[in-house]
Ligand binder design. Structure first.
Ligand code: ADP
Ligand code: ZN
Ligand code: MG
Length: 482
């Protein structure tokens, strides 16, 4: 039987605020000694009162706006009660029935098809402490407890592990773009939990779902979901039924394992948080935040395509992050040719960045410096292959293109006499290619041009070299005396 896969995601996102959600403790817990970012509020001591972090609320609203959500005029916090030592209070402050934002969407493109994925809600809550289990003992580090955590829930609209992967990656691009989170999955700043079920093709009712956790890369999201879909199909094919449960992805083993079944599901007994006032957002406030939104990645990609004639692929690459798009557009402003700059940025520049494991934010070649290099190519001072070498040098030393070309004497050789000498030597040294040419294979000249380029360390002007080679070959052939 053929099955259809149904997936809905619940993404937890740590917000980039300086302080925690309900107290003044710092959020820079990464690498900090355990329990050094704590106070009576995030330790849940009796009598301590929470205060709402305004920045976290703003970031959530901004995220909601970027995901085309409706922003609530009236929202509130609720207590989600459960007993586990990762929250000292005995409950997590979250949002239950009146979240900050709801009913949005985000498009994903898979195999040339654009698909709109519904966003059920984006709400705000607090992160939990980190437990470390050592045999019989468990250690609790409360540094992370109370860090602002945004939860983004999707509708069950995704239909393949690949769609889920692309969704998560698009979501992260937006989160970084608007500056609300690092989106670092390995560090746990973005945690994607996936609900997945399968149903026989054509069946209207959804199948029973499982929830998959512990995936800390986009690749893991895809692999875990592929594994889990197949596991569910196998169970059904063998006449079994799916148990609604939470399962963990075990990266090293490439499989999901049962963590806890819904039979032991908690009744969280949500109720309104009595220590916090409701959140009332005026439309003026929402509009103020909307006005601060930058041009979003998809809109920017569209604009780059329209304005500079870029392909969809190139536009996607150049809007991979806001910093890349800014770099690209600054270089275009300095140079003028959108397509040429796109090729250099997405080709050579990305190659150098990858090689040095640097992000564009740390690129040692300014957009203006790149534009200078390209102008040297435009006016024929250097050829493409020399330009690539010069860019490497610029990247390594921070020197400008002009300086490097002067200091190393890399100016392109277009001088007829000089090239004629080199060409003659090459012809003498390559009788086979010469015979091919004369035997009616005009493309043999390309090989000889390559040899001239090589002999001049890439400095020969290839067009001039090609003309001269043809001249010489035809001259000595006696066919076309000059
Ligand atoms: P629960 O009541 O278990 O919390 P919800 O209906 O609130 O379930 O949905 C939680 C997440 O699971 C959402 O992302 C939703 O899209 C997804 N989801 C719900 N039902 C299914 C299903 N049958 N298969 C896959 N995903 C589902
Ligand atoms: Zn605190
Ligand atoms: Mg639910």
């Amino acid at each position: 039987m053929d099955y259809e896969i149904v997936i809905g995601l619940e993404c937890h996102v740590q917000l980039l605020t300086q302080s925690k959600m309900f107290c003044g403790c710092a959020t820079d817990y990464d690498g900090a000694p355990p329990n050094t970012r704590v106070c009576p509020v995030c330790l849940g001591l009796p009598g301590a009162l929470p205060v709402i972090n305004r920045k976290a609320v703003e970031y959530t609203v901004i995220t909601g706006l970027a995901l085309h959500c409706q922003i609530a005029e009236f929202a509130k916090f609720d207590r989600k009660n459960y007993h586990y030592p990762d929250l000292a209070k005995g409950y997590q402050i979250s949002q239950y029935d009146l979240p900050l934002t709801r009913q949005g969407w985000l498009d994903v493109e898979v195999e040339g098809q654009t698909k709109r994925v519904g966003i059920t809600r984006v709400h705000l809550e607090e992160d939990t402490a980190k437990n470390t289990h050592l045999g019989e003992t468990s250690l609790v580090d409360y540094n992370r407890a109370g860090v602002p955590l945004m939860e983004i829930v999707t509708e069950p609209d995704l239909r393949s592990p690949e769609e889920a992967r692309v969704f998560a990656s698009n979501l992260r691009r937006i989160l970084r773009w608007i500056g609300v989170s690092t989106g670092d999955m390995e560090a746990g700043a973005l945690r994607v939990d996936a609900n997945i079920s399968v149903r026989p093709q054509g069946q209207a009712k959804f199948g029973t779902k499982t929830e998959i956790k512990n995936m800390n890369s986009f690749r893991a999201v895809k692999l875990a979901l592929e594994y889990e879909a197949q596991r569910q199909i196998d169970v059904l094919e063998h006449g079994g039924r799916i148990v609604q449960e939470t399962r963990g992805w075990v990266e090293g083993e490439g499989r999901t394992v049962s963590q806890r079944s819904k039979e032991f599901a908690h009744d969280y007994r949500y109720f309104p948080e009595p220590d916090l006032p409701p959140l009332v957002l005026s439309s003026t406030e929402v509009e103020r935040l909307r006005a601060q939104l930058p041009e979003l990645p998809e809109a920017r990609a569209e604009r780059l395509m329209a304005r500079y004639g870029l392909s969809q692929y190139d536009a996607g690459v150049l809007t991979g992050s806001r910093a890349v798009a800014d770099y690209y557009e600054a270089a275009v402003a300095a140079h003028g040719n959108g397509k040429a700059v796109a090729n250099w940025v997405s080709g050579e520049m990305f190659r150098l960045l990858r090689g040095a494991t640097l992000e564009i934010e740390a690129v040692p070649v300014s957009p203006q410096a790149l534009a200078e290099l390209l102008r040297l190519v435009d006016d024929g001072t250097i050829g493409i292959s020399v330009a690539k070498t010069v860019l490497e040098e610029m990247f390594a030393t921070g020197q400008r293109a002009g300086e490097i070309v002067r200091a190393k004497g890399l100016t392109q050789i277009s001088d007829q006499d000089q090239l004629r000498q080199v060409a003659a030597d090459i012809i003498a040294a390559n009788p086979k290619a010469v015979a091919d040419y004369r035997g009616g294979k005009p493309t043999a000249v390309k090989f000889l041009v390559g040899q001239v380029m090589r002999a001049t360390r890439g400095q020969a002007n290839p067009t001039v070299a090609s003309e001269i080679l043809e001249q010489l070959l035809n001259e000595s052939n006696g066919r076309q005396p000059s």
